[in-house]
Design a protein around this ligand. Structure first.
Ligand code: SF4
Length: 198
């Protein structure tokens, strides 16, 4: 299993991001079809007002991870089960690594907050399934998806990358979008500290 990850970042003001890319009604319909709906604390339905949650942050630093799969990895996943398993393993590993970098970046930028992708995978069984509080609220970050952002459009417009999906083979690349919500610019040194370039 072999792959490379290319990271890129792009700042955008919160108002523009919400105006151009947020449609809660449309994307909640997709979320309701997802097995993580009501099953992860990072996912919808959220227990707070999305507008109020985002309001304190003027800027959003989008972070894109483009995961390039090598030909042999794609070729070796020659059954539906392997495609699903290998795809999940690769995306999960990169997501976990990016989440750690973003938590580190948060600690370097006072008042910032990161948002993740997909549903939280920190625990094997999420406590939302049993109605108990999140076990790791210090690490769990809400997904951009949960706020109704159009990640396909963001990926295409901002990073010029088309989102690809597993079909009868693994795709040439996967894409993850995370974000740091802030009220201030993030300087180059801070990005570099977490292995990203701003
Ligand atoms: S940290 Fe654990 S309990 Fe909290 S949302 Fe993630 S999986 Fe669920």
């Amino acid at each position: 299993m072999s792959y490379q990850v290319e990271y890129s970042t792009s700042p955008i003001d919160m108002r523009s991001l919400r105006q151009k890319y947020q449609d809660q009604e449309k994307f909640m319909a997709y979320c309701r079809e997802c097995p993580r709906y009501l099953a992860r604390w990072s996912c919808p339905p959220l227990s707070f007002d999305v507008g109020e949650f985002l309001a304190p942050y003027a800027s959003v630093h989008l972070v894109c991870a483009k995961i390039l799969l090598d030909e042999e990895t794609i070729r070796a996943a020659d059954t539906a089960e392997k495609i699903k398993t290998v795809g999940w393993d690769i995306v999960s590993a990169v997501k976990l690594d990016l989440e750690k970098r973003m938590l580190k970046l948060e600690s370097l930028v006072p008042g910032s907050l990161s948002l993740s992708s997909g549903g939280c995978n920190f625990c094997e069984h999420c406590t939302r399934e049993t109605g108990e509080p999140c076990r790791q609220p210090d690490k769990m970050r809400y997904s951009l998806d949960a706020f109704g952002f159009d990640l396909s459009a963001i990926t295409k417009d901002v990073f010029q990358i088309e989102i690809l999906w597993c079909k009868d083979r693994l795709p040439d690349h996967f894409t993850l979008i995370h974000a740091l919500l802030t009220n201030e610019p993030v300087n180059k040194e801070r990005w570099e500290t977490v292995g990203l370039s701003g």
